[in-house]
Design a protein. Structure first.
Length: 545
């Protein structure tokens, strides 16, 4: 294999066609790490204007691609090698699928003539393509260098077609490293086709329901953010004088400091009652999944209007009048049909929800956890991006952290994975270098991506990290104690994090609950990455009643 690669030096290869295709689609950066079968792609990147962001594992490269796609809404290429390298990315691609992020995975493969033959070729899988098909929304294999541009463009379009999501293309190594008799690729069409529009009669019916509603509520999910529909959503909420509830994945679709904002605490009784007593609920871009609907126990007494790009989701959880299409386009159609309502009770209904939740939290006396959320919010500008692991403070944030701008709250609820926050923050920082980015992770989750401290240095990525060290898997410790009365396997022997961080050449501070706002402020002023370490055991939020 080494001889085959060496003999192609100076030759235009399939790897060059891959990189030319990405450039023709206006890719700005690629995420990944090299592997022996994929080296032709990396050789082509050496002379390309596309930014190469190399990570220490494919898992973290995939999470970084998720971060980039999340904050930009643009496709993020993820470069993988054959076999184990490709498989290492599956958790990140599951997150991309769950959160509908347009990550375009491009993997090498063993020589085409040997696929599926079981000859013991290096990195051989019986059917690598089949490993990805259940996870991504579209997958294909390239059978010749001439197919590379069209296949990659097709993957790009599928990734960006609502509902957006990850795609996968694999290219055998003999095609990647072989001479390519293909003209230079200069332009490809990567824009998706126009999303379908609902029938005008359905839009009119939904508009009439909303206009006649006495107690409407808007329920905004991640589809609002993916379609950049936040302005249309806000205009409709004001026109209807309707409180707005966001899902965890929809945080930022409506600003938390707006008078009509009713928060995202979907497990709290005040939010459940607001939704349950509404005469019309408009659900926009949410699948109404288990975490959003109290494990499907939420009961709606009024009518439901559901906007979703995926027709299979309409009515899947609750009977609904379905408007199938991109959230932004459908909201614009509704705005053309819904008249302004007289000023009513929307703001007072939303305020009642917020006040009831605050009183409930006051009664729980969780000053430590609430103080940490407040310190994080105070240390960041409104447009600052926070990325959260599935950790106790992340659970608090999903329900109670105020988010003021769209695409600034990144949380892997769909996959529920550990290890997401730090590499996702690096992807976000790469995409928006002038924007503050803070990852919040527990010690267990951080160890998944600890090695990316040096990636942050190497690529001059200025993301910051708040590391909450509680000596183990804190949230699992709580669940285990609640369910079984005892703990087992959830406590961890940890490194001296401050020493480890220093060994990676990254500045850090050890903080306390009293000093954390000042220490986060210090981190935000540091050039490049920085870490604030908090050694503290937190307690999960309990739903308020």
């Amino acid at each position: 294999m080494r001889a085959a690669v060496t003999s192609r030096v100076g030759t235009r290869t399939g790897g060059h066609v891959v990189v030319e295709s990405l450039a023709a689609l206006e890719a700005e950066a690629v995420f990944g790490l090299p592997g022996i079968h994929a080296l032709a792609i990396w050789d082509a990147l050496r002379t390309s204007k596309i930014r190469t962001l190399g990570f220490r594992t494919e898992l973290n490269a995939g999470f970084a691609a998720c971060g980039w796609a999340n904050v930009t809404g643009r496709a993020a290429p993820l470069l993988l090698s054959t076999g184990p390298g490709a498989l290492n990315s599956l958790t990140a691609l599951m997150e991309a699928a769950s959160s509908h992020l347009p990550v375009v995975a491009i993997a090498s493969q063993i020589p085409g003539a040997l696929i599926g033959r079981g000859r013991g070729y290096l990195h051989e899988l019986n059917d690598q393509l089949a490993s990805f098909t259940p996870v991504v929304k579209w997958a294909a294999r390239v059978n010749g260098a001439e197919e590379i541009p069209d296949r990659i463009a097709e993957a790009w379009r599928h990734a960006l077609t609502p509902p957006t999501g990850p795609t996968y293309v694999e290219v055998p190594v003999d095609i990647l490293s072989g001479a390519a008799a293909v003209g230079r690729v200069t332009r490809l069409e990567g824009m998706p086709p126009a999303a379908p529009s609902p029938a005008s009669s359905l839009v009119a019916e939904a508009a009439q329901m909303l206009s006649n509603a006495t107690y409407p509520v808007i329920w905004a999910g991640g589809g609002v953010l993916r379609s950049a529909a936040w302005d249309e959503l806000a205009e409709l909420a004001v026109r209807l004088d309707s409180p707005v509830v966001t899902t965890y994945m929809g945080k930022g679709a409506f600003p938390s400091d707006h008078a009509l904002a009713a928060g995202s605490a979907c497990d709290d009784a005040a939010v459940q009652e607001l939704l349950g007593t509404a005469d019309v609920v408009l659900a926009v871009g949410t699948e109404l999944g288990a975490e959003t609907t109290a494990q499907y126990q939420l009961r709606l007494s009024g009518r439901l209007v559901q906007i979703d790009a995926d027709p299979s989701r309409i009515g899947a959880t609750y009977p609904a009048l379905g408007l199938v299409g991109d959230a932004r386009a459908v909201l614009r159609e509704l705005l053309g049909s819904v008249g302004a309502r007289a000023s009513g009770s929307g703001a007072s209904r939303a305020a009642a929800v917020r006040d009831r939740i605050q009183r409930g939290l006051d009664s729980q006396r969780r000053e430590l956890e609430r103080g940490l959320l407040q310190a994080i919010r105070q240390s960041m500008r409104a447009e600052g991006i926070s990325t959260w692991d599935m950790t106790i403070l992340g659970y608090w944030a999903a329900a109670h952290f105020p988010v003021l701008e769209p695409r600034t709250f990144l949380y892997p609820l769909g996959s529920g994975t550990l290890g997401y926050a730090w590499p996702a923050a690096l992807g976000a920082a790469a995409a928006l270098p002038g924007t503050p980015v803070l990852a919040i992770a527990g010690d267990g989750g951080f160890l998944y991506g600890m090695s990316e401290l040096v990636s942050a240095r190497q690529h001059r990525l200025g993301a910051k990290l708040l590391l909450v060290d509680d000596g183990g898997y804190g949230i699992l410790r709580e669940y285990q104690r609640t369910a079984y009365g005892q703990e087992h396997g959830v406590d961890l022997v940890q490194p001296a994090f401050e020493s480890l961080i220093a060994a990676c050449g990254v500045p850090s501070r050890t903080t306390t609950a009293e000093r954390i706002e000042a220490d986060l402020g210090w981190a935000m002023e540091v050039e490049g990455p920085a870490v604030v370490v908090l050694h503290e055991r937190l307690t999960s939020a309990a739903p308020t009643r």
